[in-house]
Design a protein around this ligand. Sequence first.
Ligand code: UGA
Length: 446
Amino acid sequence: MTESREPIGVIGVGWVGLVTAACFAELGHRVVARDILAEKVDSLSRGELTIHEPGLSDLLSRNSERLTFTTDMGELLGSARLLFVCVDTPPTRSGDADLSRVRSVVEELRADGDHMLIMKSTVPAGTGETIRRDLPDVAYVSCPEFLKEGSAVADFMHPDRVVIGADPADEAAGDAVAALYEPLGGEIVRTDVSSAEMIKLASNAFLATKISFVNEIANVCEEVGADVGEVARGMGLDQRIGPSFLRAGIGYGGSCFPKDVSALKMLAGNTGYHFQLLNAVIEVNELQKRRVVQKLLGHLGSLVGKRVALLGLAFKPHTDDMREASSLVLAARLQGEGADVVAYDPVAAGAARDLLGGVELRDSALEALDRADAAVLVTEWPEFAELDWTEAATRMARPLLIDGRNFLDPKALISTGFEYEGIGRQSADDRHSSASVARSRAEHAP
Ligand code: UGA
């Protein structure tokens, strides 16, 4: 590929920053990426990845000449005019977005007006306006990121849409950003800064709402003997609803949905508007993790002294990210009920070790299942579908599995001797009988 004449600067080399830097380098741009953490910059400069993300390692090694890392803001500012801000905006105690890292970047840029600041970090609507006022000489563009961890490289390279928010005075900067994304082929949405900021928050909040909605449908399915997988399939074929993000389970986690739903709720609240729906979305998500404990209690009576194996710890497969992972709440609840918790995750064990006090980590799923009284599938890692479940059944003290992601085939599990329970899911054998039980219950209702 030809090298672009306009080098790109990336500020903050977390998930979004690293993927953005590596993907722009892959597209032929010279990229300088800056992070304040010297250790991280050193590792990346040696070609060692700081996160687990499919495809990223190849991009780094293939583009090592075009992509450099530094801690030095001066070097970055001297090398690039287009600056993508990718620092994190974690939640504060109150649930608002913590903008301190964004503010530090703005402070560092204050002295230097010859740059375009392209905001990728998720910020509350209105943040861009404030920065624009603080840095009147710097062109400002809001360009929120929609990539998903675990498929971040593919999402970057094949976006559904690219949102570019720029005020009329910064049209030329908006054009420059649009030109960078044009080769990727997604629809480019040109809008104002505040609307771009809201598109990001509203998109994440809507997806989280879809998940909490389908989780509540799953809970009702359990009561009436329906199967949430069937219900979601039937609903998703309606083009107005769509099939994605209708997988019921033990709730959403990660660094984005919990933070952004809460940030949108707080943003609305700060303007005096009470966003009622989002309260329910958050509450359902919390309760969904606890329902797994109720299910285990239903089967085992008490969890005191019982050994429970968690299969998967990361907030979703293909990542080692443990931020807001459902496994954290679940492990703590199980321990609170007196259970001994053992766990296995193919890549997140290192990241999980310090977060899971008292949980014994094992090197394989079968080792985690050894002598367990029950297992909970927390993260749908593909290797769990390939596991020798017959062997697993013989190793466990009681072959009982709560499938928190409705990932495994109930019929196959039951045929190996397992007691199986999913989320809002009927096992293949009892679907019709449960439905008729529910019907008969309804018929006999007073
Ligand atoms: C999410 C959004 O999907 C991205 O578009 C966005 O860019 C990103 O947040 C962000 O703001 O940075 P991510 O958190 O990486 O991406 O992961 P998702 O694949 O969206 O999954 C989030 C959580 O929802 C996971 O815990 C997953 O298990 C859960 N989930 C997802 C469900 O429980 N059911 C579903 O049907 C889908």
